[in-house]
Design a protein. Structure first.
Length: 261
């Protein structure tokens, strides 16, 4: 698997400033990589005792059987990762509350491009960082993948998100999360986060806004855009029309199914 080098955060220390209620059921945050996993994870962590946070590893298909303890219903951990849907993952997570985090595929292409160009991401396609390819070629690789090295957008979304929608998992859109973080003092945000925490079996607390602001602090996320050391290649703020059309051809119906059309 690719390796990601990140600086540790201080959220365990922040967490202990608050009174915590133990989880009564395991919770797994699953996501399409580069959809805001660290952001959602860090927010939920602020409502879960540190001792119930399974932080040994991001759980993925290749290491699933090494980390089955994360789903033990006698321990009730909060865990996270990028886990594809199949018979074994469905069986192991049958008694687990599940969140499925996604991002608009259009902006996901840009986020994935930025991450692949960063020093923090190390993989078997390091050559993409040497400046030979133009940005349009790099974005195309993010959509269609690199043969036998990294999967295309369609597979990432199909197996890490879409297939899980046929289970009890709750869909969380990155854009909705950001919108409500920006309007945290509104009744709409309170309803949104009450529903989100409720899906994890967590009751709202009086200090919920304070906890969320701490968890959402971008300084605590090693994968936040400003915390990545990226090669000197200009990445557009919006996906070009040509590449939007390529996304629609590569993964027809995905954006509509996830609520982006």
């Amino acid at each position: 698997m690719p390796r990601v080098r990140l600086q540790p955060d201080t959220l365990n220390e922040e967490n202990r400033r608050f009174s915590q209620t133990p989880l009564t059921q395991p919770v797994f945050i699953n996501s399409v990589p580069k959809s805001g996993t660290h952001l959602l994870r860090n927010i939920i962590r602020m409502f879960v005792p540190v001792e119930q946070q399974y932080d040994a590893q991001f759980i993925q298909w290749p290491n699933l059987h090494q980390h089955l303890e994360a789903f033990d219903t006698s321990k009730n951990y909060l865990s996270w990762g990028h886990l594809l849907f199949s018979d074994e993952s469905a069986f192991e997570l049958a008694g687990v509350r599940k969140l499925i985090l996604v991002r608009d595929p259009y902006s996901w292409v840009l986020a994935r491009t930025r991450f692949f160009l960063s020093e923090e991401f190390q993989s078997n396609i390091e050559r993409v960082k040497d400046g030979t390819l133009q940005i349009d070629e790099l974005m195309t690789l993010m959509i269609f993948g690199v043969h036998q090295k990294t999967p295309p957008l369609s597979e990432m979304y199909m197996f890490n998100a879409v297939s899980w929608l046929g289970t009890s998992a709750k869909l969380v859109r990155y854009e909705d999360l950001i919108k409500n973080l920006k309007s945290l003092d509104t009744p709409e945000a309170e309803a949104y986060f009450s529903d989100l925490l409720g899906a994890c079996g967590i009751a709202m607390t009086e200090d919920w806004r304070t906890r969320i602001r701490i968890g959402a602090d971008r300084k605590q996320s090693g994968t936040a855009r400003e915390n990545l050391h990226t090669a000197e290649i200009e990445i557009p703020s919006e996906l070009p029309d040509t590449h939007k059309r390529l996304v629609n051809v590569a993964a027809p119906g995905i954006r509509s199914l996830l609520g982006y059309e």
